[in-house]
Design a protein around this ligand. Structure first.
Ligand code: DNO
Length: 345
């Protein structure tokens, strides 16, 4: 297991020195943020984010994310050229020593929350999702965008995209995902890189857009569709865990045993109602997920991939990027690593 920390590149307010001082951290997870989605990443652009991390004594082997262009998700005639670009990026990342690419296949929006500064009893703030608040938003009328998304759209682009997705139901989206993977996975096999799909967050349909990576059956279907160890998943505990029907301990065991979990996002959520949740600190006792049971399932089934503490609360007066401040993620890293140390002893 390698404990990593997400770093938003040289523009991140959190420095590599600070990250290096977090107990147990081995490396960073990062991306090239200054190229338009769809363009192949140049070797120079990759080196610009990787070199500072290596020089700071951290490993840099996981990319989060190489975003998938909407034309690929829509399955339009523009997709082949964009998939070629994606494959070029995969080859270059492999050559540079990257081992895992986290990506998602959520139409239009990445993760979504109704509140980025939900006040908790202890005075900290966290991210929260209240379904009614979200349903009251009209994406066609509001300019939706969240810090941490790989892409946001102008109002006109958003309207156009939502219109085009009317033609794409869940089965069509599956076809488009499999079409993409059938072309990308063979390149990954040659390049020594594993693809790790991020589940939909939250794991249910939103604004009438299809969402397909929502639970065990979907992950099983994905793994079978292109049967290769390079076709894996990012086991995001908080995303999948916001649906209580998802049994994370058994999913961790099953997919680790099948060698399909190259990357884990570890965070806890407290389910507060139907399709409503708030993100808590990482500790088992704070949320609905049993971290010790999940990490034990990973360990006992041979997990040897990368893990990172996912979203933290904003604590101690820090005004960090929502979910991605330094302090609470650092506490999460220490907690998760401590658990792991005991489990692995
Ligand atoms: C949110 C993140 C996601 C994730 C992408 C992967 O905090 O987990 O934005 O990076 O979905 O493509």
């Amino acid at each position: 297991m390698q404990m990593t920390f997400r770093w938003y590149g040289p523009e991140d307010r959190i420095s590599l020195e600070e990250i290096r001082q977090v107990p147990y951290i081995d490396g960073v997870v990062t991306a090239v943020y200054d190229l338009p989605v769809g363009e192949a990443w140049s070797e120079a652009a990759i080196e610009r984010v990787q070199r500072p991390a290596l020089e700071a004594g951290l490993t840099c082997e996981v990319i989060e994310s190489v975003p998938v262009h909407e034309e690929i998700k829509l399955g339009s005639e523009k997709r082949d050229a964009l998939i070629d670009n994606y494959c070029t990026t995969v080859r270059r990342l492999g050559k540079a020593g990257f081992k895992v690419i986290c990506y998602n296949f959520m139409p239009v929006f990445d993760w979504l929350r109704s509140d980025l500064r939900h006040k908790r009893a202890d005075g900290s703030t966290c991210l929260a999702f209240d379904e009614q608040t979200v349903l009251n938003l009209d994406p066609a009328k509001t300019s939706l965008s969240l810090p941490g998304w790989d892409e946001s759209y102008t109002h006109a682009e958003l309207l156009g995209l939502l219109e085009r997705y009317r033609e794409v139901d869940e089965e069509k989206l599956w076809d488009n995902l499999i079409y993409f993977l059938q072309r990308v996975i063979p390149v990954c096999e040659e390049a020594g890189v594993k693809m790790a799909i991020h589940p939909d967050d939250p794991p249910w349909g939103i604004f009438g857009l299809p969402r397909i990576i929502t639970g065990r059956e979907a992950l099983d279907r994905l793994c079978r569709a292109v049967d290769s160890p390079c076709n894996g998943i990012t086991l995001c505990l908080g995303s999948l865990g916001s649906n209580p029907a998802n049994d994370l301990t058994s999913m961790a065991a099953e997919f680790a045993r099948r060698d399909r979990i190259p990357f884990v996002h570890a965070r806890n959520v407290k389910i507060t109602g139907k399709n409503c949740f708030e993100e808590t600190g990482h500790l088992s006792r704070e949320g609905s997920l049993d971290m010790r049971a999940i990490l034990t399932a990973l360990y006992e089934n041979g997990f040897d991939g990368y893990i990172r503490p996912d979203h933290g609360r904003n604590i101690w007066g820090e005004d960090g990027r929502p979910g991605y401040g330094l302090y609470d993620r650092a506490l999460g890293a220490a907690y998760l690593s401590g658990l792991w140390e005991v489990i692995a002893r």
